[in-house]
Design a binder for this molecule. Structure first.
Ligand SMILES: NC(=O)c1ccc[n+]([C@@H]2O[C@H](COP(=O)([O-])OP(=O)(O)OC[C@H]3O[C@@H](n4cnc5c(N)ncnc54)[C@H](O)[C@@H]3O)[C@@H](O)[C@H]2O)c1
Length: 326
């Protein structure tokens, strides 16, 4: 079986590829199918992770010809992760539309033309919600995005649902909480600080939190996010029926409580490296995302989040910090 990961050079794309290499099979339609090839499509060259099954495809996902050469009838699964992040999509409307929406439509069209109905796992976001929200958000809460990124994700979700209903693909939409702690440097995501206020202090550097301490975030560790991508792919279509989007379980935590958890795990000296400096633009975007969730459906489907934010900090120390300092 061949698997395609768009955005395969990215943060989650690389971790997902590593997970699939280690797992070796995917469970589809009641059988465990060996993965013979993993294609990583991205605008930048992906790391093939030292495994002969992994191929790196460099190209623009918005180019239909690139998609036609990346997807064939033996591509049984597509993990569609390529995207420009929230801050970038807000700053450059045309870029966000082209990559987050037009390319998603082109990808689905390519699958439709091939006619083999591959499984397509799409990474959506909590940014599809916004405005006046109920106290608790569920999978079926009305979508009301308050950013271009959220709107593009919502449109791609709807399209994937219709391509699924028509039998062109077998789609699954996983709405990811903000992933924390992301290793490396800050990025253009409005939520970049949700990793920075833990990562930088643990590396001995100062960090700035651009939102008020009581701002609530909905967070998931990279480890659990990748597990959920695989589990979401393997879910039986019958279990999803006509409702393809799933809000993944996360930890609802305020920015202040995140720093308290960092203090508990790593000590006062580390937590005191965080300074509070509100940024109105980031507060507006992040403040429009809901903080309180009912993810009972995901849990019943076997998708799990982290225990609490301390567990997320500890997972970063084990999975990334220790490796980066060895
Ligand atoms: N990380 C999070 O907190 C988070 C939260 C919610 C949803 N998501 C979604 O999960 C997915 C993966 O996120 P990530 O954190 O790995 O992001 P990332 O930015 O690390 O990876 C995205 C990848 O897409 C690639 N890409 C961008 N434009 C492209 C193009 N034109 N053609 C081909 N590739 C292109 C980038 O080069 C990058 O490697 C995205 O769809 C994102 O919207 C992420």
């Amino acid at each position: 079986m061949k698997v395609l990961i768009t955005g395969g050079a990215g943060f989650l794309g690389q971790r997902l590829a590593r997970k699939l290499i280690d797992k070796g099979t995917l469970r589809l339609q009641g059988g465990d199918w060996p993965i013979h090839q993993i294609d990583l499509l991205d605008v930048v060259a992906a790391d093939t992770l030292g495994d002969a099954r992994v191929r790196c495809l460099v190209g623009d996902i918005a180019d239909p010809q690139v998609l036609r050469s990346a997807i064939s009838r033996d591509t049984a699964v597509v993990f569609h992760l390529a995207a420009v992040v929230s801050g970038q999509a807000e700053a450059d409307f045309d870029l966000g539309m082209r990559i987050n929406f037009d390319a998603s439509r082109a990808l689905l069209e390519t699958c439709r033309t091939l006619g083999h109905a591959p499984r397509v796992v799409f990474t959506s976001s909590v940014a599809v919600y916004g405005g006046a929200l109920p106290a608790t958000v569920r999978d079926d809460t009305a979508l009301n995005p308050q950013s271009s990124y959220g709107t593009q994700k919502a449109m791609a979700e709807l399209l994937l649902a219709d391509y699924t209903r028509r039998g062109f693909v077998d789609g699954r939409v996983l709405r990811l909480p903000t992933i924390s702690v992301r290793p490396g440097r800050p990025n253009a995501a409005a939520s970049s600080f949700a990793s920075g206020i833990v990562r930088e202090p643990l590396h001995g550097e100062a960090a700035t939190c651009p939102v008020a301490p009581d701002t609530r975030l909905w967070l998931l560790s990279p480890r659990r996010a990748v597990e959920a991508l695989v589990a979401g792919c393997e879910l039986d279509a019958a279990a999803l029926a006509d409702r393809r989007p799933i809000n993944l379980p996360g930890v609802s935590v305020s920015a202040g409580a995140m720093v308290d958890a960092l203090r508990e795990v790593a000590g006062d000296a580390v937590a005191s490296r965080v300074a509070w400096q509100p940024d109105e633009r980031i507060e507006r975007i992040v403040g429009s995302w809901p903080g309180c969730w009912d993810t009972g459906r995901a849990e019943r489907l076997g998708l799990c989040g982290d225990e609490d934010f301390r567990a997320i900090v500890r997972a970063y120390i084990t999975d990334d910090l220790t490796a980066s300092t060895q």
